[in-house]
Design a protein around this ligand. Sequence first.
Ligand SMILES: [Zn+2]
Length: 316
Amino acid sequence: MRSPQGKFLSHLAIALVTALPVTAGLATTAPAHADTTVNKVVVIGLDGVMYKKIQEAKAPNLLKLAAEGTLGRTSIAPHITISGPSWSTVLTGVWDTKHGIKDNNVTTAPFAKYPTVFTRLEKAKPALRTESIATWPTIGIIAGAGDPHADVNVRSPQQPNDPTEAKIDAVTADSSAATIAKAGPDFLFTHLDQVDAAGHNHGGASAAYLAAVRSVDTQVGKIVAAVDARAKAQPKERWHILVTADHGHRPLGGHGGQSADETANFLIARGPAFKAGATNSSNSLVDITPTALDLLGVPLSPEFDGKSVAKTGSVS
Ligand SMILES: [Zn+2]
């Protein structure tokens, strides 16, 4: 669920797009071989989405992505089914029992002990370009926590006359597609919120919720199209897409409890390091940070509760 911080933070987005250490870490390393491939990771976070509703809505882009990759479906119980705890788990690889975030009042303090994926990547490989582009402003707190943190940290600006959040999500998706095309970030996290808004306003069993799933699917399609176009134009880049949600919704709306709908989670993993057309009942949001580190050649921490779901192992 959204917090009221968006308005005053939105103007910061531009200021936070700082100069990037594109060449800083390369001076002492051997020049890359001309034929070396490089992995890229895009994580799409869909707030409040249940996979069974992706199926019911026949959302074409998400269903295609799942068919082309590995689809995990599992319950995240007893983890707290609230956005703050769950996106913190996505971005740290540890459950709420470790990072200690219990609600949406997210501060930077827990990430000193359990660093974000951005901090871990930037510390190990400062030359990597890491980005966060989000509709929910609290994501910007997580992406900006620690030192170093995400190179680019964008909170999408609030849009006028946008009760469904479809417009702000379109801005987030357009920004994500643009940076994939132009900058080719090594790691991008993007967050879309409109399905959670529909869940709160109309319930998880409503027609409006299904319509929001279809609408967010269109935005996912834009991001996937940008990835596929970039991969075609840059054949040495191996692009991977991970899609997950933070929690589901009760039939009449709302979350935070332990019902099957609220704890239902999915993880779509599509790209050359993932088995195509596979399903399993264990992969979930907690696996995203370990998988990203594995794909980008950074050793996994023994603290992680999740595992890499990549089949290729570490790349160096
Ligand atoms: Zn919510």
